[in-house]
Write a protein that binds this ligand. Structure first.
Ligand code: NAP
Length: 298
């Protein structure tokens, strides 16, 4: 039987429509919607395209959006002063600094300068700590793990008591999603195993998984025979494996052999069109959450 495809593109549309509705209600009740500032330093084409997409999405859901572009040679002190300005701006609920920053600026110093209550990327150590505590302590969840959990929930996959295996232990995907799935709460209460390059029997662990989350960055790492029949498989990997000569665009592949895996899994995410589109939707959701908390609406 072929697996049900969990489409990130479709779920993103649903989430953005829900956010837009809430923003309209917020504006009617409180006289303002969420405010987001995106700070871009320099003119790297990749960074420009990421920022443009974030700005476009924020405007599409009705946010007050400031795109604050800064020259490549801005000093670290001036960038920190800019962040301080937005930390103290009551119309701004979320601050995004597009990475990477130029070499003369310390990324960590800049990210740590963002007030944790406006850190909608959820990279600040305070937000990492809040995630670990769980429950009401959490203000924002990091966007890619939050997107993964949302896909699991919206696909109707039971998580309570499920065996979850997470391949990868990075700070941005593997560790946070593992912790989130192990917490008490909706879309969680799972029994979680984290596997990595030092794991002795990778295949054996994967075969036990009711929910297999793969974030390794290795194309086709997970073989179809490692998948438990009926499992939900979330493929986070985005690997450029060539170039489409007609379109000039990169050919992307996940960490799971999708074509064969979909004949065994119960539900599976594709690459592209799976986890990728969810990240930006969760960024918008975090900004909405921030505004709701500031306004006392949550
Ligand atoms: P990362 O920092 O490179 O971490 C990769 C993790 O996978 C490491 O913990 C590594 O183990 C483990 N790993 C690598 N090869 C392995 C193998 N052969 N067997 C077992 N474990 C292995 O990567 P990341 O930032 O988490 O990203 C992972 C993938 O997700 C990448 O393809 C990235 O592009 C993609 N990604 C997508 C999104 C999105 O769609 N929005 C967001 C973030 C990342 P060790 O710790 O032992 O080295």
């Amino acid at each position: 039987m072929t697996a049900e495809i969990i489409s990130g593109t479709e779920i993103r549309k649903e989430i953005l429509a829900e956010i837009k509705q809430e923003v309209e209600e917020m504006k009617a009740k409180y006289g303002r919607g969420p405010g987001l500032v995106t700070i871009l330093v320099g003119s790297s084409p990749a960074s420009i395209s990421y920022v443009t997409l974030k700005v476009k999405t924020a405007l599409s859901v009705g946010f007050h959006e400031i795109q604050d572009d800064q020259p490549e040679d801005i000093s670290e002190a001036d960038l920190l002063a800019l962040i301080d300005k937005y930390n103290n701006d009551p119309t701004i609920d979320g601050i995004l600094v597009q990475l990477p920053l130029p070499k003369h600026i310390d990324d960590k110093k800049v990210l740590d300068a963002i007030h944790p209550d406006k850190d909608v990327d959820a990279f600040h150590p305070v937000n990492v700590g809040r995630l670990m505590i769980g429950g009401d302590a959490v203000r924002f969840l990091p966007c890619t793990p939050a997107g993964i959990q949302e896909m699991i929930v919206r696909s109707g996959t039971e998580t309570s008591g499920a065996e979850v295996v997470v391949v990868g232990r990075s700070n941005i995907v593997g560790k946070p999603i593992a912790m989130m799935m192990a917490q008490k709460g909706i879309g969680a209460n799972a029994t979680v195993t984290i596997v990595h390059t030092r794991t002795k029997d990778l295949a054996g662990h994967c075969k036990r998984a009711d929910i297999l989350i793969v974030a390794a960055g290795v194309p086709d790492l997970v073989k179809p025979e490692w998948i438990k029949p009926g499992a939900t498989v979330i493929d986070v990997g985005v690997n450029r494996v060539g170039m489409n000569e007609k379109t000039g665009k990169a050919i992307l592949k996940g960490d799971v052999d999708f074509e064969k895996a979909k004949e065994i899994a119960g539900k599976i995410t594709p690459v592209p069109g799976g986890v990728g589109p969810m990240t930006i939707a969760m960024l918008m959701k975090n900004t909405l959450t921030s505004a709701k908390k500031t306004l006392g609406a949550a």
